[in-house]
Design a protein around this ligand. Structure first.
Ligand SMILES: O=C(O)c1ccc[n+]([C@@H]2O[C@H](COP(=O)([O-])O)[C@@H](O)[C@H]2O)c1
Ligand SMILES: Cc1cc2nc[nH]c2cc1C
Length: 354
């Protein structure tokens, strides 16, 4: 894929009529009007994406992009980069946090090596390595243009493959030590935010290390004049292969017209990049939780998305998105099988315009 091909991707809008038809069906179910709150809108959104009132999200997968980040050399994370490989290996044998959750939720985990710094072929992990980790952005741009395009294309192609295999809804996830530094740098540059106000402790840091993390991000934004740069340049300079791959997943979901659930702050940054690069992609996105990472709030506000879960989670791997898939299944139980007012022989509730 060339940059021009990426720029020319067109995303189809959703039709309002499907929202209305799903909402009418929800209003006919014996319950208070809008009783399922935000889930009513989300169910209607999925109906509009699938273009049906007979919604199905039975076959589910979480695509977990795993990659290393050169900026870890600057000691911006509590652990070393070897943890990325260790957790990816655990994912491959369903022994990671997301694997345990997904088994309960009926979701398939698809871990992807999009840039782990190893020559090993990891059992159970899809080999889609673009390069063995990014460069340290404190010293040089993280990626080349070709690497970014290849990672985005990989994400798009994985969604297309999942769609062909019958998956009806996808979730995003990632594993990459240092990726809260890359994500925060992208968010701060793209949304012109104060670095100190949006930088969190990631997987855990001392106060002193947090100051170092802020300094590394701030210096890079200044060095490369990123506050005036476009989204693609920001991603290439301070982003990561996991973020680029996930950007492709969001673009791919919009192209294939399937719903995609956003996980934590790293996925949220990729969602923001996808919407910036391909307008309208956001209509295919479903938020899950409000990550503990500080950049999350500004990103969700910019995307006009409202995460349902506020549980102080900061695990990554796709865990929050998988939890959300379970909640969607539960809410859909009412939509698909709930008794109607007619079944109860009581009069349907009316909407009163104020
Ligand atoms: O999903 C989130 O919002 C989230 C917040 C904090 C940490 N993480 C996970 O922790 C790792 C990154 O943390 P760090 O401190 O190395 O940047 C990475 O593998 C993420 O999956 C994820
Ligand atoms: C063990 C471990 C698992 C993770 N999953 C996401 N980030 C992580 C960081 C660590 C350290």
């Amino acid at each position: 894929m060339t940059k021009a091909e990426l720029d020319n991707r067109k995303i189809l809008p959703l039709e309002d009529s499907w929202y209305r038809r799903v909402k009418e069906k929800l209003d006919g179910i014996a319950k208070p009007l809008d009783g399922l709150g935000k889930f009513e809108y989300l169910i209607a959104q999925i109906g509009a994406i699938e273009k049906t009132t007979k919604i199905s999200i039975q076959k589910k997968a979480v695509l977990v992009m795993c990659a290393d980040n050169g900026v870890v050399e600057e000691q911006v994370s509590q652990s070393g980069k070897e943890v990325t490989l260790a957790v990816a290996k655990a994912m491959g044998v369903n022994n990671s946090s997301v694997g345990k959750m997904a088994a309960v939720a009926g979701v398939d985990v698809i871990p992807v090596d999009i840039g782990i710094d190893t020559d090993e072929l990891i059992p159970g992990v899809l080999p889609r390595k673009v390069t063995k980790g990014t460069k340290n952005f404190a010293k040089e741009p993280a990626m080349t243009e070709e690497e970014v395009l290849k990672a985005i294309e990989t994400g798009i192609q994985l969604v297309q493959q999942c769609h062909r295999e019958g998956y009806e809804i996808l979730a995003t996830g990632e594993m990459g030590i240092g990726n809260t530094t890359t994500s925060t740098a992208v968010a701060a540059a793209l949304l012109d935010l104060e670095v100190e106000q949006v930088t969190g402790k990631g997987a855990g840091l001392t106060d002193e290390a947090l100051k170092r993390k802020c300094r590394v991000i701030e210096e890079a934004i200044e060095k490369y004049s990123l506050r005036d740069a476009d989204a693609f340049t920001i991603l290439k300079t301070v982003g990561g292969l996991d973020i680029a791959g996930l950007t492709g997943v969001f673009i791919g979901a919009a192209i294939e017209q399937i719903p995609v659930v956003i996980d934590g702050v790293i996925s949220a940054v990729a969602a923001l990049l996808a919407e910036t690069l391909c307008k309208g992609a956001v209509n295919y996105m479903i938020p899950s939780h409000k990550s503990r990472e500080l950049a999350e709030t500004a990103i969700m506000k910019k995307l006009h998305l409202d995460p349902v879960l506020d549980a102080d989670m900061a695990l990554g791997e796709g865990t929050g998105a998988v939890m959300m898939m379970s909640l969607l299944d539960v809410a859909l139980g009412v939509y698909l099988q709930g008794a109607s007012f007619a079944n109860f022989e009581i009069e349907q509730y009316k909407r009163y315009e104020e």
